[in-house]
Design a protein around this ligand. Structure first.
Ligand code: FES
Ligand code: FES
Length: 158
């Protein structure tokens, strides 16, 4: 076992786990943060999508030893705290557009959407259909049309 520290949703956390344990299991099983979902475990389905230092990443594919003490991990649980409102605008758009069906993929979808919109805005432009085509998060319920609609709405408020 070894100690690993990092920033999680604005707070420093320290865990005592083997170096090779992947971050998704640290979040879910050690820290009880279950917003990032376990789908494939091999960086394909994107159900676990969260942010590291503001960028989307998949914690199922990162060993805890590769997370630095200064790295800021944000999960869906901490997303609203990144804005001055009870909900992040993308979460609000999700509710208004009634996106979720079973809901399993949706935390990852929202985190992917926010990271994408932030990236596009940093480039000084608005989101396009081509940008949306780049999202690889799988939804077994097929909510893709509503996801795209909600991202466009949420992006106008970010
Ligand atoms: S569980 Fe992480 S990408 Fe599938
Ligand atoms: S809402 Fe069910 S998997 Fe996406």
């Amino acid at each position: 076992m070894a100690q690993h520290s990092f920033m999680l949703n604005g707070q420093k956390v320290t865990v005592d786990v083997e170096d090779s344990v992947r971050l998704l299991w640290v979040l879910r099983d050690v820290l009880g943060v279950t917003g990032p979902k376990y789908g494939c475990g091999i960086n394909v389905c994107k159900a676990c999508t969260s942010h590291i230092n503001g960028k989307a990443f998949n914690p199922c594919s990162v060993q805890v030893k590769d997370i630095a003490p200064t790295d800021e991990i944000t999960t869906i649980e901490g997303l609203a705290d990144t804005v001055d409102a009870p909900l992040h605008p993308m979460q609000q758009a999700w509710i208004e557009r009634d996106v979720a069906q079973c809901g399993y993929c949706q935390p990852g979808q929202i985190m992917a959407a926010v990271a994408l919109v932030n990236k596009v805005h940093a480039e000084g432009r608005e989101i396009t259909d081509a940008d949306l085509d780049g999202i690889r998060n799988v939804c077994r319920c097929g909510t893709y049309n509503r996801i795209r609609d909600a991202i466009k709405v949420g992006a106008t408020r970010m």
